[in-house]
Ligand binder design. Structure first.
Ligand SMILES: Cc1cc2nc3c(=O)[nH]c(=O)nc-3n(C[C@H](O)[C@H](O)[C@H](O)COP(=O)(O)OP(=O)(O)OC[C@H]3O[C@@H](n4cnc5c(N)ncnc54)[C@H](O)[C@@H]3O)c2cc1C
Length: 491
């Protein structure tokens, strides 16, 4: 799937793991989180290797809309409600620090990544969202760096908004490419096309299987592969869900003076790309739900035409992010039984500030220095938000049991070419994709993560797991984890 950033992809010609390797530290994942951990470890001369299942800098980070901002929607209010004021303020302070760290790196390393400083403006018209804006203003005004404003924009008619000055937008792929260049220059060992397929603990170290072929033996693992893949340890599958969202770029004569985030339904945000191109994103929803009657790209395009009826639509893409149900990221020891795995995840659509602060914490953890306890993995999560916990249970019961009971037989000829259907085939619960008149791809309806059933998404042409958000292409190949293996074929 192409995005506005695809043209900036670079091929670094990095090797694949093709022998067994012993190493003190293994970083899994070459998105923004893994790369920043690598950069920080390089700075303190720690020996590590970094591996990725695909090319580096091609995960969720390369599909984001790349506003580097502390204006995290309604998150501060949400954290205050789920935890307490002190925690919401500490989260804000951590984001201020994350923002500063990334600005400093861009300056010090002279990274050319289309950096442009701007305000982010969170706005709304609906009463409940106006209350959130006022609550967040009251919570954060003590820092003196935000403004409560009445409608100042001609483009967006809102009643009230919260302005966060001095945020920035950039090109995430160019930024990550430069970090990779720096790592290569410092002779760091980086591997691509090397998917972790199994992690086994052997006394005090790990045996990590790569592509079902080779083994890496690290003493410590930094798991920065987006969704945690060691299962079912510490119940992350019940504490984190994946939320999909969509982005569309468009050419327009419209000029915007800031990044705008609208809290009203459908949720959307908008940023500049260049002088004549803007990017709109939003329409977030739980991955794996039926989107039969909703084309989210169309919803965003409708919004674009409301802003400019002469706009020319460019790229359309989707990606998804990890959402901890108690609204705080996870950075810390994986579990009591796996203290030598450090997990970095749960950035809830705000990965750039969070990944930079996370990478700093990872170094503190490795050095046994105090780390940010806010993101600790051993916290009471499930009881913080009973509604979300209940929703996770319902999704799991549905994905693991209920949806498997109602699968009926269908005539293969009733499937449209280029479309997929869940059905009984030769008595097996199957996923059938019709490639052409006589060609069908038939896979088992069983996610390789935890066995949940899947659903066909006819807009993005992918199979989505109903429980934990793994996404597979029409041939059953993993696009997004936690699944580490492709879907099985029906013989
Ligand atoms: C539509 C959208 C827009 C967003 N916009 C913004 C924004 O404007 N600003 C912002 O701050 N944040 C934004 N985010 C959030 C941000 O993009 C993410 O939080 C962040 O990119 C996550 O980074 P990551 O390194 O954890 O994951 P990734 O970038 O996905 O990196 C993980 C890497 O791990 C690899 N991997 C996975 N499994 C394995 C395995 N088994 N073995 C080996 N490697 C593996 C993957 O191939 C991948 O390269 C947005 C998110 C979405 C969904």
């Amino acid at each position: 799937m192409e995005t506005i950033w695809t043209k900036d992809y670079r091929d670094f010609n990095l090797p694949m793991v093709n022998e067994d390797i012993e190493i003190p530290i293994l970083i899994i994942g070459g998105g923004i989180a893994g790369l920043m951990c690598a950069y920080n470890l390089m700075k303190i001369n720690k020996k590590f290797i970094l591996i990725d299942a695909q090319k580096l800098a091609r995960g969720v980070s390369a599909y984001s809309t790349a506003q580097v901002s502390i204006a995290h929607d309604n998150l501060y209010d949400e954290i205050k409600n789920k935890h307490k004021t002190k925690i919401a303020l500490e989260y804000y302070e951590s984001q201020l620090e994350g923002l500063q760290i990334i600005k400093d790196i861009i300056k010090e390393e002279k990274i050319s990544c289309d950096y442009q400083e701007e305000s982010t403006i969170i706005h709304a018209k609906e009463d409940k969202n106006l209350i959130t804006i006022i609550n967040q203003y009251n919570l954060l005004k003590r820092y003196g760096n935000i403004n409560l404003i009445k409608s100042k924009s001609k483009t967006f008619k809102y009643k009230l908004a919260l302005e966060f000055p001095n945020q920035f937008i950039f090109n995430p792929v160019k930024y990550m490419n430069c970090i990779i260049d720096i790592l290569i220059e410092h002779k760091c060992e980086l591997y691509e096309n090397s998917r972790v397929t199994k992690i086994k603990k052997i006394s005090n170290r790990y045996e990590v299987m790569i592509n079902d072929d080779y083994y890496i033996y690290p003493d410590k693992i930094i798991m920065a592969c987006h969704y945690p893949i060691k299962n079912p340890d510490n119940l992350y599958f019940a504490k984190i869900y994946q939320s999909k969202s969509y982005a569309v770029s468009f050419k327009t004569k419209l000029k915007i003076d800031a990044n705008y985030v609208c809290l009203d339904e459908p949720y959307f945000y908008i940023r500049k790309y260049d002088k004549e191109t803007l990017i709109i994103g939003g329409c977030d929803h739980f991955t794996g739900i039926s989107t039969k009657n909703k084309n989210y790209y169309e919803l965003l395009i409708k919004k674009i035409y409301e802003l400019d009826k002469n706009a020319i639509i460019g790229y359309k893409w989707f990606t998804q992010d990890c959402m901890p149900i108690d609204s705080l990221p996870y950075v810390g020891y994986y579990s009591y039984s796996n203290p030598n795995i450090i997990l970095v995840t749960g950035f809830q659509k705000w990965g750039f500030t969070n990944s930079h602060i996370a990478a700093k914490n990872v170094v503190n953890i490795l050095n046994d220095s105090p780390d940010n306890y806010l993101f600790k993995t051993h916290r009471w999560t499930l009881l913080r938000d009973l509604k979300s916990t209940l929703r996770m249970i319902i999704h799991s019961v549905n994905g693991l049991i209920i949806s498997k009971l109602n699968v009926s037989k269908h005539d293969l000829n009733n499937i449209k070419i280029g479309s997929g259907k869940v059905m009984k085939y030769k008595g097996i619960n199957s996923l059938v994709y019709r490639e052409s008149e006589n060609e069908f791809i038939i896979l088992k309806n069983k996610c390789t993560h935890m066995g949940c059933s899947l659903i066909w998404n006819d807009i993005d042409k992918v199979w989505e797991s109903k429980c934990h958000g793994s996404i597979f292409d029409k041939y059953g190949k993993v696009i997004y984890g936690p699944a580490t293996k492709d879907l099985e074929k029906v013989d």
